[in-house]
Design a protein around this ligand. Structure first.
Ligand code: F0G
Length: 468
């Protein structure tokens, strides 16, 4: 049940326990830093960043109880009690039979797709995250995004823009069923704007999977935020405890990949969980090859303790109410200032519509990259491009505009206060006011895969891609 709040102000339901300094820099310093890293914000030293909204992954503040768990960590190579506490905490929410800890989400993806991927196969998802896509493609398979059409229109309001296009999934399975090893749904849909997936949609996806006898896997990194958004937006769930909503989501799937660096409030970790014993056996053997023995999976016992504790904290409804409200607070202020943003606001981040704001910059001149660099130059705010830099190449390496050019302001969990966010609002608003003066970028060097991490850029002389 949602407890009525007698006050307008939803406070951070915690107080600060230890602090880290923030170094304030000048715009001159930041301009030089940008030039030095080839306009790729991943290349910056974190000390040169004032407010770091690059990611909400592993960047959250741990609780006193999590630090206590760190002390309790048992480092036995096999069968550590820390593993069993981790196992119990995972199965309490996701009662899958086999739970394989891994060092982070992409390791779960790698193990899973090494086991089920391969040339000629196709993996549908509402929207693959970059590492999921890369791991699918690395096996030779195709990573196919099937979001609902509403999910691709930043300014269109729909409560569950993360939903999968169920009809498109059914026709894929009708045409190429034999080539589909499993169906994935990402909750919340990160690359699509942190947007939730409804229980109704999950149920419909599961029904299609059953019709074609395909397993359904959740990429469940932000399951708690997704569950809270179901509770507050989907009819019939208003009274249900968040933990029960999570268990209902889990009951619709055959397995999951997970990054414990997101909702479980860990600084590192993840897991692969599934019911199929034969597949679990294959995955366990692959896990041993690169991650470690299956009761630690590349993590220290202390990390498993921190995750176990974090799992109980992240479904706390006071925490989730504050978390989702604080994201909307940022989004609403930017929207009121006339900055184009993805609406409605979802979980973990506010997404700026860079293509909307920088309509004078061709998508192939990377408006999202341009905007994220301008935010850094203006006020030392580090964000992340989710657009044509990240997703602008097809599996054959051909360049084409991504469906959207977004800039993500991801909010680390329990880390920044409201005045930090007020500062971010000021920085974004100032950049938006001089948007038409910004120029596009070209790529001067890039790797074959996951180019957004290491590509280098240079400002173009004009605003046409490849301009002279
Ligand atoms: N799936 C989703 C939906 C993600 O957002 C991420 C990571 C992963 C899988 C991979 O997990 O980082 O633990 O290996 N997202 C981070 C981000 C990096 O910034 O959104 P990982």
């Amino acid at each position: 049940m949602i407890v009525e709040q007698p006050f307008q102000t939803i406070i951070e339901p915690f107080k600060i326990h230890s602090v880290e300094p923030i170094r304030v820099t000048t715009s001159e310093h930041r301009r030089a830093a940008l030039r030095a890293v080839g306009y790729n914000l991943f290349g910056l030293r974190a000390e040169d960043v004032i407010i770091d909204l690059l990611t909400d992954s592993g960047t959250g503040a741990m609780s006193a109880e999590q630090w206590a768990g760190i002390q309790r960590g048992n480092e036995a190579y096999a069968g550590s009690p820390s593993y069993f506490r981790f196992l119990d905490a995972v199965q309490e929410l996701f009662p899958f039979e086999h739970v394989l800890p891994v060092h982070q989400g992409r390791a779960a993806e790698r193990v899973l797709f090494m086991a089920v991927g391969g040339k000629g196969l196709v993996v549908p998802n509402n929207t693959h995250f970059d590492t999921t896509r890369a791991n699918v493609e690395y096996t030779g398979a195709e990573a196919l995004d099937l979001p609902i059409a509403e999910g691709l229109q930043p300014s269109l309001r729909h409560p569950f823009k993360g939903n999968m296009d169920v009809a498109a999934l059914a026709s894929l399975l009708e045409e190429r069923g034999a080539d589909v090893p499993l169906v994935m749904v990402t909750i919340t849909n990160n690359s699509g704007g942190g947007q939730p997936v409804s229980m109704e949609n999950l149920r419909a996806v599961r029904a299609v999977c059953d019709r074609f006898n395909k397993p359904l896997f959740l990429d469940a990194c932000r399951f708690a935020e997704n569950a809270w958004l179901i509770k507050t937006r989907e009819a019939g769930y208003e009274e249900m405890p968040v933990a029960d909503i999570v268990r209902e989501m889990a009951s619709l799937a055959h397995g999951m990949t997970m990054s414990a660096k997101k909702d479980p409030l860990g600084n590192i970790g993840g897991w692969l969980a599934l019911n199929d014993g034969t597949l679990a056996e294959r995955c366990r053997n692959l896990e041993i090859l690169t991650e470690g023995y299956p009761t630690y999976g590349g993590l220290a016992g202390r990390d498993l303790e921190a995750i176990a504790q974090g799992l109980s904290e992240c479904v706390d409804e006071d925490y989730l109410r504050y978390r989702i409200r604080s994201i909307a607070y940022l989004g609403e202020a930017l929207e009121a200032a006339g900055v184009p943003v993805v609406v409605p606001f979802g979980g973990h981040a506010v997404f700026l519509d860079a293509r909307g704001l920088l309509a004078h910059i061709d998508p192939l001149a990377y408006p999202g990259q341009v905007l994220s660099c301008a935010l850094y130059e203006e006020g030392g705010v580090r964000s992340c491009e989710i657009g044509t830099v990240m997703f602008g190449r097809d599996a054959n390496g051909r360049e084409r505009p991504a469906p959207m050019d977004l800039v993500r302001l991801a909010i680390p969990r329990r880390t920044y206060t409201q005045s930090h966010i007020d500062y971010v609002i000021e920085v974004v608003t100032r950049v938006a006011a001089r948007a038409t003066s910004l120029r596009g970028f070209e790529i001067t060097s890039q790797p074959a895969q996951l180019r957004h991490f290491t590509a280098r850029f240079a400002p173009l002389a004009s605003n046409v891609a490849g301009g002279d």
